[in-house]
Design a protein around this ligand. Structure first.
Ligand SMILES: Nc1ncnc2c1ncn2[C@@H]1O[C@H](COP(=O)(O)OP(=O)(O)OP(=O)(O)O)[C@@H](O)[C@H]1O
Ligand SMILES: [Mg+2]
Length: 327
């Protein structure tokens, strides 16, 4: 089956007066129809920039300097702004970590939802409101008729995220990009929202790209995992393989940090060190890698297959996988 989404060698820079900062440094990933992929990695790795690039939301001083984003056989980077606007919302939707910021504060939930419905389908305002009620019901908002008249500041964070999910799913998109959909919400509400999203995505046979710093969430809701580090994918594997056989020293460190965080109830990123940069002439993980050798400084490693569906960007992957060296 052809992939729904194939990101190839994507390079994105942020241009400052002092010069460009490389933020995505050759990202590649594929997503099959109906598949869910979790993207994990510490703060600043480039996860949100990746999601926003796929959706065509980057504006200067961001610059896409290379690569392609093949969605349903067509390169999104070659599409006009108008074509992208059509794809956005109808075929690809995005949820954000700060839902309240993305809701218009001076419009009611009903007006905002009806606008989204009407943006891509020719229905009357009345029909759009009826659809808005159905969407609010689908995302588990009690008293949807009443909620239509509410303003964003009258809703809790969890409710705002439900509204954003309702907007995202208004047109049964083929792909949902969920960027930290439960950031800042308590554990019970997070679970409810993730379950709901999972259910809706499965119902539509949509694919899900779930950005999260929580490996437990990814293990529960995704089939595959991609680990991002300093703007690159450093490991990709299916969930069982990843949790049993993660090989990249950074992935192993993430797993250890997640285990420690479970004990201490902290986020993974809190256990991580300083932000990483670089990685063009050497492996980006060299400064923090306990296994770095001279060869790691000579060139940037490629994302090489280790076994079926499991790829690792580390020249010592085979040694680590066999247990010849420990990390
Ligand atoms: N508005 C901005 N201005 C300048 N640089 C930025 C900006 N937003 C992001 N960046 C740069 O892009 C990098 C990637 O940011 P991104 O938001 O994608 O990280 P992330 O992986 O989503 O992190 P988090 O887990 O904290 O959400 C950052 O390290 C930072 O250098
Ligand atoms: Mg982010």
């Amino acid at each position: 089956m052809p992939a729904l989404l194939e990101v190839r060698d994507l390079r994105v820079e942020y241009h400052r007066a002092s010069g460009p900062v490389v933020v995505l440094n050759g990202v590649g990933l594929t997503l099959q129809p109906g598949e869910s992929l979790g993207v994990v990695g510490e703060s600043g790795a480039g996860k949100s920039v990746l999601a926003r690039t796929i959706l065509g939301l980057l504006q200067p001083p961001w610059r896409i300097v290379g690569g392609s984003i093949i969605f349903q056989g067509q390169d999104l980077l070659q599409r006009s702004e108008r074509e992208l606007a059509r794809i956005r919302g109808r075929e690809i939707a995005l949820t954000t970590p700060e839902p309240r910021k993305h809701l218009n504060p001076v419009r009611t939930i009903g007006d905002s939802l009806a606008d989204v419905v009407q943006a891509h389908s020719r229905v009357s305002r009345r029909e759009a409101y009826a659809r808005a009620v159905a969407l609010l019901t689908a995302v588990g908002i009690p008293d949807p008729g009443l909620r239509l008249k509410s303003y964003p500041h009258e809703l809790s964070g969890g409710m705002c995220q439900r509204v954003i999910i309702a907007m995202g799913l208004a047109h049964s998109p083929k792909l949902l990009l969920a960027d930290e959909p439960t950031a800042g919400l308590d554990v019970t509400i997070s679970r409810q929202i993730l379950d709901l999203m999972h259910e809706l995505v499965n119902g539509f046979s949509s694919s899900l790209l779930l950005v999260s710093r929580d490996l437990g969430v990814v293990a529960h809701y995704c089939q595959r995992v991609a680990v991002m580090y300093a703007g690159q994918i450093v490991e990709v594997a299916d969930v069982p393989t990843f949790f049993a056989k993660a090989t990249h020293p950074y992935s192993r460190r993430l797993l250890r940090a997640a285990a420690a965080a479970r004990d201490e109830r902290r986020g993974v990123s809190a256990a991580m060190g300083e932000r990483a940069i670089g990685g063009d002439t050497e492996c980006a993980y060299v400064p923090r890698c306990p296994l770095a050798v001279e060869a790691c400084r000579q060139q940037r490693p490629a994302l090489e297959p280790l076994r079926d569906g499991h790829r690792v960007r580390c020249i010592r992957a085979a040694e680590i996988a066999s247990g010849a060296v420990e990390v």
